[in-house]
Design a protein around this ligand. Sequence first.
Ligand code: UD1
Ligand code: F6R
Length: 371
Amino acid sequence: NKGKYDHYMQKEIHEQPDSLTTTMRGRLIRGDSRKMKTVLLGGLKDHLKTIRRSRRIVFIGCGTSYNAALASRPILEELSGIPVSMEIASDLWDRQGPIYREDTAVFVSQSGETADTLLALDYARENGALCVGITNTVGSSIARKTHCGVHINAGAEIGVASTKAYTSQIVVMVMLALAIGSDTISSQKKREDIIDGLLDLPYKVKEVLKLDDEMKDLAQLLIDEQSLLVFGRGYNYATALEGALKVKEVSLMHSEGILAGEMKHGPLALVDENLPIVVIATRDACFSKQQSVIQQLHARKGRLIVMCSKGDAASVSSSGSCRVIEVPQVEDCLQPVINIVPLQLLAYHLTVLRGHNVDQPRNLAKSVTTQ
Ligand code: UD1
Ligand code: F6R
């Protein structure tokens, strides 16, 4: 049931304040005897000790689920101190890459039925790793075959393009990082700030959804373009990849997410006054580096659309004219949840304006159960 919406993708984008609330429900609690808030992930509580002792955490997934894991990697490394590596499921299997008994392998999948991810799961189990699932589908193959895990509880996702599952996956993986890191005194203040940020996040998502009309106007401007680049780094490298994936899979416009730190190693050659480029430059530890990227793109007459934190419009456009998307600022590790929303809206409107099928893009299936 699409309710007041024209398409499931549109409904699922606008549902995110609610789906995120459901994802967090019952999982952020007051710790015993103290006022401090803590995270309780019921499915993991008996396994946290084993996870903390592991030599490495390996995230494994495909498409949007892989991107969600990538968005969560920095905070997991920061709070756990454990090295986190990233594997696209098919590539791990193709290489028969090393997985050890001392590893915790985390399988991220909305459907819980993706063939590539399932194959990687069988492989990791055979190699003796602790296998943790993060899935939206209770009773799915991945939920059943993993040793333990967390349901993201985002509600059924029907649009082929994953939207609300992405933001709920990130929130669950941030909670995973909080749970693993919860025995470290030095990061206690940071953890409490993140928990406050999580509780506030649905309101901030509601705020960023107000950009809907602005994103429709932007889509109108871009409707006849051949290509769109998206530059991000740090916490928002994943936002660049995921924004570009949304645009290409539904609007059928070529789009590429680029790690801004790689700009001079090739992509800069593409920059001219015609190719539209989204630069994600919200406030975090990478902000000054992104400001310098913007200056360098301006110097090459790049056609920029800059996503920045509220109040930063003047400073990001000081080196040349550009369109600006201002978003609310949140805790750095939660910023990817906010920043993806305007790009989801842009992909949606581009698709409708270009006259393509939003909920069922050509050649794609919701759950990829074949290799
Ligand atoms: C569980 C209940 C929830 C109830 C809550 C109350 C289920 C599905 N969830 O939620 O309805 O409100 O207790 O305390 O009954 N698991 C995997 N692999 C996965 C995902 C999950 O093995 O990919 C396992 C978990 O380790 C856990 C179980 O499935 O044993 C349920 O996981 P989850 O729903 O996340 O647990 P709770 O949040 O505690
Ligand atoms: C993109 C998209 C796909 C899926 C991928 C993995 O919007 O939906 O990239 O993310 O096929 O699917 P799951 O998460 O079900 O394993």
